[in-house]
Design a protein around this ligand. Structure first.
Ligand code: 5RP
Length: 258
């Protein structure tokens, strides 16, 4: 059965969560205020932080502060949110060049390499975000890490066909040495935050294998190449060399890293 971990939090922990949500909102709103202008084609990310950016775009379109925006969502969830807010949507099918894309991340290293895909949307996110002139990452400061891996498992999207075989191949990538690979269960819609007994299924009808690392991934670029070269892997949550700017919200305020 599906279990929402937030339901298990004590009232004190829920106050901490509210504060973290406020930070996510600050980062999401700032990204739109600083980087989105009228007439742009905008990539809309997925997740609780990206949802605040989508909210801000909708708000500014409604007030008339932004005009003639068209947007490309990176998941069914984001598409539904954007539609509800009246944001005009297109797809990569008709628009391959984006002015800007804004999205959250699960972990950010000092070089602004990312782990993404905690929400299971990594393939569409990567397809959209590589097409953007500027890719703006929005996080609260809990996402910062010295090295990718230990703070958040690395998601890898694979085909369901003989998934056990692909899981073994993924775990055998030399640059992933020492990781533990687990098929993600539950709903990809809320990612690893949900427990379940059936495989999580992505928007693309694929499965996700999460790679758990005790030590930082020594060479994320090498691992990205090895994962991509593994037959049965559709894509992975390493976003290396893609970030234009990272907006980080912490209790001491907002900072921007480039
Ligand atoms: C979804 C993602 C999200 O951007 C990532 O999981 C961060 O989510 P949140 O802002 O809810 O912490 O990659 O696939």
């Amino acid at each position: 059965s599906r279990l929402n971990r937030s339901a298990l939090r004590t009232p004190a922990q829920q106050v901490v969560m509210a504060t973290q949500d406020e930070l996510k909102k600050l980062a999401g709103y700032k990204a739109v205020d600083d980087y989105v202008r009228s007439g742009m084609v905008v990539g809309l990310g997925t997740g609780s932080t990206a949802a605040f950016a989508v909210e801000r775009v909708g708000m500014k379109l409604k007030s008339g502060e932004l005009k003639d925006i068209i947007a490309i969502p990176t998941s069914v969830r984001t598409k539904e949110q954007a539609e509800a807010l009246g944001i005009p949507l297109v797809t990569l099918g008709t628009h391959s060049d984006l002015d800007v894309a804004i999205d959250g991340a699960d972990a950010v290293d000092p070089r602004l390499n990312l782990i993404k895909g905690g929400g299971g949307a990594l393939l569409r996110e990567k397809m959209v975000e590589v097409c953007a002139k500027k890719f703006i990452v929005i996080v609260d400061d809990t996402k910062l890490c010295a090295g990718l891996g230990p703070s958040f498992p690395l998601p890898v999207e694979i085909t369901p066909f003989c998934w056990e075989h692909t899981l073994r191949k993924v775990a055998a990538c030399p640059a992933a040495a020492g990781c533990e690979a687990k098929l993600r269960l539950g709903s990809a819609a809320t990612g690893s935050k949900v427990d379940g007994t059936d495989p999580a299924v992505t928007d693309n009808d694929n499965y996700i294998v999460d790679l758990f690392f005790k030590q930082p991934i020594a060479d994320p670029v090498a691992l990205a190449a090895q994962l991509k070269a593994t037959v049965g892997v559709v894509d992975h949550g390493l976003f290396c060399g893609m970030t234009t700017a990272c907006i980080i919200a912490g209790k001491d305020g907002i900072s921007v890293q480039t």
